[in-house]
Design a protein around this ligand. Sequence first.
Ligand SMILES: [Zn+2]
Length: 159
Amino acid sequence: MLLFFIASAFGGECNSKRAYHLNSEYNIYVCNTNLKSSTLKAVEYWRNIVPERINIHTSINCSYEKNLGSIYVLNGEEEVKKKETDDFLPYAVTVSTRDFFTKGFLSSEVHVGATAYDKDLDLIVAHEIGHGLGFDHVSKSCYGHIMNTTLGESGYDFY
Ligand SMILES: [Zn+2]
């Protein structure tokens, strides 16, 4: 048992699962100009990790059409508040629509809350776009990993 625990703490659990991946190309839309800088940085980050083509659109109105591979990044305080509990308010939430047949992600909306602006917005947006690209959370023990649930335990590592 101990061996298994050690192995999982340093190994498998940190490999981010990509259960919902079905796209060969992604289109990321910046819906609010104050999210442009963070989104551009996040796209540069993920382009070095995923093999798929990622296009970024910064000058159009967001239609929120559920097209395959669309990811919308917006100020979404309402959606964030829905996830609020007595002792927890997320900085951002990503809501994804899944394909009925394949269960893969069709499109995602990254809702950024007001509190995210007092924190590391670049890192928060990069993490949420990771969800839009189909990545799940890794274990909390995976310090520095982009897909760590806890902001203070996460960073730009991907391993
Ligand atoms: Zn997350």
